[in-house]
Design a protein around this ligand. Structure first.
Ligand SMILES: [Zn+2]
Length: 268
């Protein structure tokens, strides 16, 4: 894969870069705990190990899986977006978003072309201005979880801050693995999963709003219905009165008319 590395990620997105240790091999154990904001971790299941821990938000894993499954003929890639936090057990990386890159143009390795990087930086600025690129993901359709030499090259050149990780997903085998920097080598380590934020609240409140609007429309409908009903009853009453008046109207002049009226009025 020769065109993988046409343009490195700008340092803007990753700056400032706490945890960067120029000159030494990247290693998560070198991350200083105090420089990161404190945040309590909420977990579906699993146990947080002491020290550096990678945590994916559930919806990010879902996005990566569907991106990978969208094209199983070639590798697809993207970047991981998130932040480093600290809790009582040390630092952890929360991956809370991802940006899809492009598929490899041939059934070989993925590429991060110049166009891919500008799309990624554009989305970072637009959607995640407060976050960092915390690593990358790519797929290995049906050939398992490992980092090839080229993958390690990409990791070492573009994602070489101690807390930047590489995620590999096999959309056919269904397996996945995350590699973190240990003594200068990307090393596969278990990860944890955090539930997605309650995104269901918004649809629920939308539903509530819709329901309120529906109620409003119904009450308007009710009012209109009552008015129509009253109008209908009034017209019916008027018609009844007219009918009664006609049937009890004085007889037409002349004896025949009197007889007819008398017979109708008295039922004889
Ligand atoms: Zn690979």
């Amino acid at each position: 894969m020769s065109d993988t590395t046409s343009e490195p990620p700008s340092t803007e997105t990753n700056s400032p870069t706490p945890g960067a240790s120029a000159g030494s091999l990247p290693d998560v154990s070198g991350i200083s705990v105090d420089e990161w904001p404190a945040r309590e971790l909420t977990l579906h299941s699993g146990t947080r190990s002491d020290g550096f821990q990678v945590v994916y938000r559930r919806d990010v894993l879902d996005s990566i899986h569907s991106h990978g499954q969208s094209n199983t003929k070639v590798e697809v890639c993207g970047v991981l977006v998130g932040r480093v936090y600290r809790d009582s057990a040390g630092t952890y990386l929360l991956v809370d978003a991802c940006i899809a890159g492009e598929a490899a143009s041939h059934a070989a390795n993925v590429t991060f072309t110049g166009a891919t990087w500008s799309k990624i930086h554009d989305e970072m600025d637009r959607l995640y201005p407060e976050e960092r690129i915390v690593g990358w993901y790519h797929t290995h359709p049906a050939f398992g979880i490992f980092l090839s030499e080229m993958d390690v090259f990409i990791q070492a050149n573009f994602f070489n801050l101690p807390w930047q990780v590489a995620m590999v997903y096999d959309p056919i085998g269904g397996d996945e693995g995350t590699f973190v920097w240990r003594n200068g080598m990307p090393t596969r380590e278990p990860v944890l999963c955090e539930p997605a934020p309650p995104a269901t609240e918004e649809p629920t409140s939308l539903k509530a709003d819709e329901f309120a609007a529906l109620e409003d429309r119904l009450s308007v409908f009710d009012r209109v219905f009552v008015v129509m009903l009253m109008l209908f009853v009034a017209i019916l009453l008027v018609l009844l009165i007219i009918y009664e008046l006609r049937s009890t109207a004085p007889p037409p002049p002349g004896p025949v008319g009197w007889l007819q009226w008398s017979a109708t009025a008295h039922g004889t």
